[in-house]
Ligand binder design. Structure first.
Ligand SMILES: [Zn+2]
Ligand SMILES: [Zn+2]
Length: 368
């Protein structure tokens, strides 16, 4: 038996399909037989070698589900067993600081970040080495494995973003009394935006007004189908003033958004959101490869905006999200399956904005 991987050997050049030996489990860790690996926008940026330092060759892919193939001797007494259906939380911190000890590695006090598919080999490979068993979370039989691979990254990121606006939204609804006037603006109706629409419906107060903005009318139609109340087309040819006016109108009677989550994260979207937030509104930015925006400090202060950066989320939030999916309250965006050989081509489609919903690589035969 051998391992098959799609490896990034040179930036901007197609993955090389390589075959080598199946790895053995590292001390205290496991090897997962990968079934599905999601393709993420950060993979696009990684493949271009821009904006981040890491070394090649590297197997990308950080949205992984599969079955436990082998466990190290030190790990045989854990509750994770060989054969378990699992999804993989990709991030580790230093492992010893107070935040890492409570499984919040994105807040590591020692500023250590090791990530599967970024700093170590990832899931575009049929066998994945996992350094620490606490990164594995069991997937209930009722949750499909192609959905499961998306939960620890795109699903969790969206969940964290929605949870981070919850206090501001609640306070507004309490003060104002009319939930329908509480507009939440979600910018970007790709995979993350579609998760966010549904999660917002479940975890934010009943009756709030959810607006989606995107430059692609087809994606907006999907967002509408997923349950958002209003959509607004952010057509690049339109003037900024017109986009601001259209968005304010879409937000309803108050004429502005109480909270906005930016899944696109460019200087243009940042600036538009700053223009449509109400005084005291909250502005959440998502996406590790966002470009540089300038913050108008005077209006930011005078309008008392809150700015929050969201990076993935915690394992506790992942458990909450898994429960919502298990209970049928939140569904994965439409998923398309592709073989490992097509990973590079699908990545180019993702770069060009041609992927609707979420694309996943079916790395090995279904095991459900
Ligand atoms: Zn991702
Ligand atoms: Zn730490």
């Amino acid at each position: 038996m051998a391992r098959r991987s799609a490896k990034l050997v040179k930036f901007n050049e197609p993955f090389q399909l390589v075959t080598d030996d199946i790895p053995s489990a590292p001390p205290g860790g496991a090897v997962v037989k990968v079934q599905y690996t999601g393709l993420c926008h950060s993979d696009v940026d990684m493949s271009k070698g821009e904006k981040i330092n890491y070394s090649l060759p590297l197997i990308l892919g950080h949205e992984v589900s599969g079955r436990v193939h082998s466990l190290d001797q030190l790990a045989v007494n854990s509750d994770i067993k060989v054969g378990d259906r699992v999804m993989v939380y990709a991030i580790r911190g230093c492992g010893v600081c107070s935040r890492c000890k409570v499984h919040k590695p994105t807040f590591c006090l020692n500023r250590v970040r090791k990530t599967i598919g970024f700093t170590e080999d990832g899931g575009f490979s049929d066998y994945l080495t996992v350094a620490d068993l606490s990164l594995l979370m069991r997937v209930p039989e009722t949750v499909a494995m192609d959905t499961a691979c998306l939960l620890p990254c795109s699903g969790l990121t969206s969940c964290n973003a929605v949870l981070s606006i919850l206090p501001t939204v609640k306070e507004f609804v309490k003060d104002h009394g009319v939930p329908e006037d509480c507009a939440v603006l979600l910018v970007g109706a790709g995979g993350l935006g579609l998760w966010a629409v549904q999660i917002a419906r479940e975890v934010l107060p009943d009756g709030i007004w959810i607006v989606c903005a995107d430059r692609d009318p087809e994606k907006l139609a999907e967002a509408k189908a997923m349950g958002c109340d209003e959509v607004v087309l952010w057509n690049e040819k339109e003037t900024k003033d017109n986009l601001i006016a259209a968005t304010s109108q879409a937000c309803g009677r108050v004429g502005g958004a109480v909270a906005a989550v930016d899944f696109v994260n460019t200087s243009e979207t940042f600036s538009l959101i700053e223009s449509v937030l109400i005084w005291g509104g909250i502005h959440v930015t998502v996406g590790v490869f966002g470009d540089t925006a300038s913050l108008p400090l005077k209006s930011f202060t005078v309008h008392q905006h809150k700015a929050v950066g969201v990076l993935v989320g915690t394992q506790q939030q992942l458990r909450e999200l898994l429960k919502l999916v298990e209970d049928g309250k939140v569904k994965a965006p439409p998923i398309t399956h592709h073989p490992l050989e097509s990973a590079w081509n699908v990545l180019q489609d993702l770069r060009d904005g041609k992927v609707k919903g979420r694309a996943v690589i079916e790395v090995s035969e279904p095991c459900e």
